[in-house]
Every structure is written in C-alpha cells, then in structure tokens.
Unconditional design. Structure first.
Lengths: 121, 768
C-alpha cells in the first residue's frame, strides 16, 4: 500500500515540488498551506509521515508540530521539518516541539525520499 | 508537471510575495505596528529565498538572505523600525524584485546598488562584523544579529555558535578506519540506547537500525536487561539498548549520519574497532535464524486488558535487516486504541487495515477558494461566447426576416436567450477582470526612484486599488501610467525647499485613484505641485510652431497642448523624462485602448490627469455606419457628436482638403470612403453624415460617412490574428446578419489624412 505523506507549506512552489517529487517516488500526497489547515487535513487523511515548513501564516511549523504531538491519535507520526539552511536554533526549536527530523532546503529528491524513508517503516 | 512549470509557478508566486512585501512595508511605514504585518513581510522574503534556493538562483538567495536576516531582527523586536530603515527596506524590496525579474528573464542587475543595500541592511541588523559577500558566511550571519542586537556593546565579544550538523553526509573523509579482513572495510562498534523522547518524536529504533544496515554489514544485539515485568511496563517507556557491530567501507560520519535525527534523544556512541568481548557475552542471532519468541506471560494482562503495548520495543536479537522486527514496533497511533495486546495478530491487522480504509475515504483535500486557470482557456471561452453572441444576433435577425416573429413563444424564447447570452458574456468578462492593484503597487517603486533621483519628497496615496478591469487593459496600463507618474514627480511637484518657501508641506502628495464610472474605469493622477506653467507651455508651443504667436487660447486649451505630438516641457533632458517620449505618446497609447485622457490644472495647487478606459477590449460599443456600400463600425468612445452637414458649412481648403464649420470652429472633413480607397473621388458631404471625433492633438476632425445604421455592442475579432494588419482598420466584427464589418481605427484615419494638412488644423481648431 502506498505511503501517505502530508506536506504543510505556504509556498506554492515548494508544495508543487514536494508533490512532484513525492508522487514520482510513489507516495500518496496530501497538502496543506499552513499549520491550521495542516491539523485539519491530518484528521481527514491519516498520513504516515508529515513534512512541514516552519514559517507559515496563521499557525507556524512549531505550533503545528506541537498540535500533532498533543493529538492522541496522531502523536506518534514522524514529522520532518523543512528548514532553509542548517539553522541550529530553528532545528532545536523544532526538536523541542517534537519534530522527528529535518530536511534542508533546497532539497534534492533523493535526500527528501531518503529522509522520509528513514522515519517511516 | 515538470520543473519548468514549477519554476513558472515560483515566479508567479514571487510576484505575489513581492506585492505582499511592498504593501506590508508601506503599511508599517504608515504606522501599522501589528506583529502579523512584520511576520507577513518576513514570510514573503523567506518564501522567495526558499524557492530561489530550490532553483539554484544563488544571487537571489544571497540577497534575500541578508534581507531576511534584517527582517528577522525587526520581527523579534531586536530592531526598531524607523523611517530610515523602512527606506532601505523598500529599496531592498525593489532590488529583490529586480533580482527576481533578472532570474526569470535573464539580463543583469545593478550590482553596486545591491551591494550597497546589503551593507546597509547588515548595518541595520547590527553587530555584523562580517564581510559583506559570500553566502559561505551565512550560518554565522544568521546567528550574529540575533545575539548581538540588543546590546551593541556585546558585539565584539560575540562568537557564532559552532554548529556540527553541517558536515554529515560528507562521506569521503575517513575517520581512523580499523581494517577488517581486507578490502578497505572498517569495523565500528555502535552503542545506542534510546530515551523515550525518541519514540515520542516519531523516531523508531528499528528504522534507524534498518538504515544503518545500508551503511554496512551489521551484527546487532538488543539488550533487554532493563525490561521490567509487563505489569510494571510503561508502554511508552524506553527499555532497550543496542550493541551493533558495523562492518563498512564507509567512515564514522556515515554511521553518525544515520542517527542524525535521533542523537539528542538517545545515548549514542561510535567507536572504531570491534568490541568482541561485549558481543561474546551473549549469543547473536544470525540472519537465517528464526526469531526468538518474546517470553512474557499473557495472564499478566488480565489486570489491565486495555493497556496498549504498541510502544514496547522488539525484545529480540537479530541481524539486520529483519522484517519481522518491524511488527512489534508498529505505530502506536494505529493500533493502541483498537487492539489490546492479547488480540491475535491477524485480527489486529484487519482492524488496522479497516481503519486505514476509512481514513482513505475521508481523505478529502481542503477546498481551495480560487483556482488558477490558463489565460488561453479563458480567452478561448471568451471567444466562444463572442461567437454565441453573434449567433444569437443572427438567429434573432432570421426570425424577424422569416416573419415567424408572430409566435410569441419564439419571441419570448429569443428574448430569454438574448438575456442569457448577455449574462454569460458579462460573467465571462468578469473572469478576465483583475484589480488594478498590482499596477498601482508598481507605481510606488517608480515614485520612490524618481523622488530619489530628483531629491523630492513624495508620498504616493492610492485609492480604489481593488477596482477591476480587463487584464489586457491592466497590462497596457502600466506604461502610460509610469510615464505620467514620472512626469508628475519630475515636472509637477516642487523641490522640498521650494515647497516650504511656498508654505506647503515639504512632502508632496501624489494621489492615484481608480474608480468605475458608467461602464468605464476612470484613473486619476493628482499631484499637489505647481500645476501647469501655462506661460511656459504657451511659449514652448509657439517656439515649436504648434500654435501661432497671436493665438488666443483658453487655459484648458493650453493645458491640452502638452498632449500634442512633439511637445515636451522638459527644458533639459533628464534620466526621467528623456528618451524623447512625451505626453502625446501617453495619449496615443491610451487611445489605442479605447480610452481618453484629459488634464485639469490649477496654478500653485497642482494638476489632475484623468484617464477613462473601457472595462474590456473584447467588446466595444460602436456606431455602425455605411461607407461606399460597406458597413463599418466606429468606436463610440471616439465620437463626440454627429451632425448633418449643410452646404454653407463646407469650405474647400486647397485642392483636396475640405473644412466644415461647426459652430465657431473649422474642422477638417475627412471622407472615410476616400481615405480607405473605397472610392476614387470625394463624396459630396451634403449626402452624408459627419461624425465629429476627437483626435490626438486635442483637435477635432469630422469623419464623413454615408449613413448611420445604428449603435450596438460588437464583439471584437482581431484582424492580425485572422488575416493581416490593414492600415486604417483596427479590427473586425461579425454583425447580426452574419456579415463581417470592419472596425475603423479612427486615429490611423486621422493620421493618414494629416499627410495633406499638417500643422494648420491645430491653429484653426484652437482659435475661434
């Protein structure tokens, strides 16, 4: 069965890149534009793994991750954070919020898939 | 979707982000202190940077990064906004737009301007004693302002935090390998003991081990000593640790890389060499050996039947990879609420599968509020609706001709059809309608640049930005608008010193307004500057031979002289209004859009330019006329009035030219049939109708046609697209009877007629 990935990113460009990359790699992909929509889509779509941006309107990545981790049903889902550069401070905050790992933007498809495979069975 | 399409989307998105950025900065400039505004501005730059990185647009990334860093200081209240800062930021937004455009269209950008701004931005971000250039310095730059901004005194003492994750993935630098059995392979011993946090964050020991198995050959032993009896087991606790022997041709970093995500939530160490002693302590299961059963007593579960066991770890020792291990480590979210541990595995799997199925059905993506549609598709639709309109008109006509009109049912149906067609047409046109906002926003930048160049203080106020108009009109609006804005700042507004001396505010105000008025869009550009210097305009016009020295012109007529071809009030050619482009070009481009432009001016108080444009270029209100047995359409916007010439009004002017006296003015009379070569000889004006039209120079012309058939809305069909460009003809349309009618290009006809009578008519029409 196809693995389902939820991507949360406010940039249409990045959303499309994720969609293409993930689809080509054989993943099913659902998308949201910010943390709030992310939490909504999460409930509906029951993904296997989440890839989220940090800087987003309404609810940012940190808040979104905390939201997922507080959700009884979904708290154990692996969450990968998209960070623009190897920003130690942001990574730490994402970890504290409960991120599983991270992907450094700009990502190449193989790195993205490798990171996803590392956290999904 | 391929990469190019995504790139296209990226640039579209950049446009939006840039608009967001600029309007956000302007709001902050106007005193908006909402943190969300700063956040939005930050996100805009951040988003551009992120996308640019994905496409390897390094220059764009580098600049966006510096900009973002400074914005981050503002966002975290480490940097107070000031008007100086906002000036720099607005300029930076402009440069960012340039860089984006250069990335998209090629071309170069002003590197010195960029580097100056980089320095300024970094100076604002403070405490950045780092060299300007080099994206290589990025991680350090990112850190520096954040730590140093609150206390400048700390600047010198600040050291960027060293950061250790960067070097993962470099697999070439070998770390003291210990040779094992030749072939350049080394052996490492890995000790790995997760904390419960590791599981809480969604990491999974088995996956890490599986990943590690890709690095080299593993021997894995799971230490289960600390596993408590099951009644004391915390289902989310972490009890196991692993001892792993890795034989690999890669180095230590490759191993560390695997545990990259986990290393904060576990005890983890890698030592070169094999720890045979530790492995000897217990037997290690080989790959082929069956999985050892986990010894636990199910009867213990009776006390707490519902206790989830999912997070409990595989209590086995195996060689990797071993799929069986994955099962006990299954996702707790999936199984925990449904399946008590005593449930047989098969049932559990069915339950999980069922749950997944439910979820798939429920997986509906959130409904978007807007969709993006290819412009071509919209245009195709518009075209089809145009055909529909024509078809409907033809149907109506043939009903009338066949006198089946007697049936009220047919008439009623036809009327309804007509109404529906009209509604469909309006709705389709509305799809192409766009707010003028993006164009208005671009003007902000133009104003800033010219204000900078001329040393004037200008505030641009925009109103009615959400007024909608056809996209084609918007696209063609930017150029004339830019020119008028430049003119207004360059010529209209005074220098701050002069303004102060005149008792005005040092800052000039330029007001850009859009509104709908009777089916057209009206755009006004109003400045509070000096107004038109009529003396200067007049003397210039005389100098250029546009008017006779003794002409008696009204103020309005003088003001309108600036639209005359070849007229330019700029006494010296400047960067801004040089290039030999005058207001006549502005006027012509607006007329090409079927628009009109006028000016009103009050000395010392300022000038107002008013443009009025059609809402769409796809349909046109036209007057259908007959010329030499041909049916032509004259755009209604061009026509001032129609009149029936009388013999006494017609005066010969040279061998081929005729003038018509209209009230107190003489106006050149143009025989449309003759100009278009429909007939060799001039027709007798008495037999025809004169259409008084406004021409470029502000003067009027009378176009002579044979008869007027009526007024109607016509669908414009491009001649260039279907045939070829014909001088004097703007486009074509199809009438209700199915015949093609040509739409007259009034300006072209007037220009063609001017070959015979050039400068004289200006004088004639202006005097009087």
């Amino acid at each position: 069965m196809k693995k389902k990935v939820l991507t949360v990113d406010d940039s249409r460009t990045i959303r499309n890149m994720l969609l293409v990359t993930l689809t080509n790699a054989g993943f099913e992909t659902v998308q949201a534009e910010d943390g709030i929509e992310g939490l909504e889509v999460l409930e509906e779509s029951n993904p296997d793994v989440i890839v989220t941006d940090i800087n987003m309107p309404r609810l940012d990545g940190f808040g979104f991750i905390e939201g997922v981790r507080q959700n009884e049903r979904f708290r154990a889902i692996p969450i990968l954070v998209l960070t623009t550069e190897s920003d130690a401070e942001k990574k730490n905050r994402a970890r504290e919020a409960g991120a599983t790992g991270w992907i450094v933007k700009p990502f190449d498809p193989s790195k993205l898939i490798a990171a996803i495979e590392r956290v999904t069975a | 979707m391929d990469m190019n399409e995504i790139k296209e989307i990226f640039f579209q998105e950049c446009e939006e982000q840039l608009a967001e950025l600029e309007s956000g900065l302007l709001r902050i400039n106007d005193g908006d202190s909402d943190p969300e505004t700063v956040n939005a501005v930050f996100r805009a730059v951040h988003s551009i940077k992120g996308g640019a990185g994905a496409f390897g647009l390094d220059e764009l990334v580098a600049f966006a990064h510096v900009f973002e860093t400074t914005l981050d200081c503002v966002r975290s209240n480490k940097l107070q906004t000031s008007s100086d800062l906002l000036k720099v930021m607005l300029k930076s937004a402009d440069v960012l737009a340039d860089l984006t455009a250069a990335s998209r269209d090629g071309g170069s950008i002003d590197k010195s301007r960029t580097s100056v701004l980089v320095k300024e931005l970094e100076a604002f971000a403070k405490g950045t004693p780092l060299p300007v250039a080099a994206p290589a310095a990025e991680p350090a730059k990112q850190e520096a302002p954040a730590a140093a901004a609150p206390e400048p005194a700390e600047d010198s003492g600040f050291q960027p935090v060293p950061f250790s994750f960067d070097d993962f993935g470099d697999e070439d630098d070998a770390a003291s390998p210990v040779e094992a059995g030749g072939g350049g392979r080394s052996v490492f011993t890995v000790r790995f003991k997760p904390r419960s946090d590791l599981y809480a964050k969604g990491n999974e020991a088995v996956l890490l081990l599986r990943d590690l198995a890709k690095v080299g050959d593993l021997q894995v032993r799971c230490e289960t000593d600390t596993l408590p009896p099951i009644d004391q087991l915390d289902p989310e606790g972490a009890y196991f640790s692993w001892l792993i022997r890795v034989e690999t041709d890669k180095d230590e970093d490759a191993i560390r890389h695997v545990f990259e995500f986990a290393e904060w939530d576990c005890m983890f160490e890698v030592t070169p060499g094999a720890d045979e002693e530790a492995f000897a302590a217990q037997t290690v299961l080989g790959e082929d050996q069956p999985m050892a059963p986990v010894p636990f007593d199910l009867s213990m579960l009776d006390d707490e039947p519902a206790m989830p066991v999912a997070a409990a770890e595989p209590a086995v020792v195996v060689s990797m990879p071993a799929p069986a291990v994955a099962e006990p480590a299954a996702n707790p979210a999936e199984d925990a609420p449904l399946a008590p541990p005593s449930l047989p595995r098969a049932e559990k799997a069915i339950a999980a599968e069922a749950e997944k199925k439910d979820a798939t059905v429920a997986a509906v993506p959130a409904a978007p509020q807007t969709i993006r549609v290819d412009l071509d598709r919209v245009d195709r639709l518009i075209n089809l609706v145009g055909e529909l309109v024509i078809n409907q008109a033809m149907l109506a006509q043939s009903v009338v001709e066949n006198e089946t009109g007697g049936s009220s049912a047919i008439n009623l149906g036809l009327e309804e059809l007509q109404q529906l067609t009209r509604e469909i047409q309006d709705s389709v046109m509305a799809i192409r309608a766009q707010p003028v906002k993006p164009v208005f926003q671009r003007m902000g930048r133009i104003v800033r640049e010219i204000a900078d160049m001329t040393g004037k203080n200008v505030r641009l106020v925009t109103e009615g930005e959400n007024t909608e108009v056809d996209k084609t009109v918007i696209d063609k609006l930017a150029e004339p608008l830019t020119h008028m804005i430049r003119n207004a700042v360059d010529h209209g507004l005074e220098t701050p010193e002069k303004r102060l001396a005149l008792g005005k505010n040092a800052e000039g105000v330029l007001r850009l307004t859009a509104k709908h008025r009777s089916g057209r869009i009206v755009i006004e550009i109003a400045d509070d500057g000096a107004g038109i210097n009529r003396e200067r305009v007049r003397s210039k016009a005389i100098e250029n031979g546009l008017i006779a020295p003794d002409s008696n012109l009204s103020d309005e007529e003088i003001d309108n002289l600036i639209f005359h071809p070849g007229f330019s009030t700029a006494e010296k050619l400047s960067d801004i209004s040089g290039r030999g482009v005058g207001m006549d070009v502005v006027k012509r481009s607006i007329q090409q859009l079927g628009g009109r432009i006028s000016i009103t001016s009050k000395p010392g108080k300022g000038s107002v330019f008013t443009m009025s444009l059609p809402l769409t270029l796809a349909v046109l209100d036209g007057m259908v006329v007959t010329v030499a047995n041909q049916t032509l359409v004259v755009p209604l916007t061009a026509i001032v009035e129609t009149l029936q010439p009388e013999k006494k009004d017609i005066h010969a002017f040279g061998p081929t030219q005729r003038l018509i006296a209209i009230r107190d003015t003489f106006c050149p009379l143009i025989d449309v049939g003759h100009i278009l070569n429909f007939r060799p000889d001039l027709a007798n004006p008495i037999d025809g109708v004169a259409l008084l039209v406004e021409s470029e120079g502000g003067g009027q012309r009378a176009l002579m046609v044979d008869a007027i058939q009526g007024q109607r809305q016509v669908v414009i069909k491009s001649l260039e697209a279907n045939y070829t460009n014909v001088p004097g003809i703007a486009a074509a349309t199809i009438l209700g009877d199915g015949r093609v009618a040509l739409i007259l290009d009034v300006d072209a006809v007037v220009t063609a007629s001017r070959g015979h009578a050039l400068s004289s008519e200006m004088t004639l029409s202006a005097t009087g």
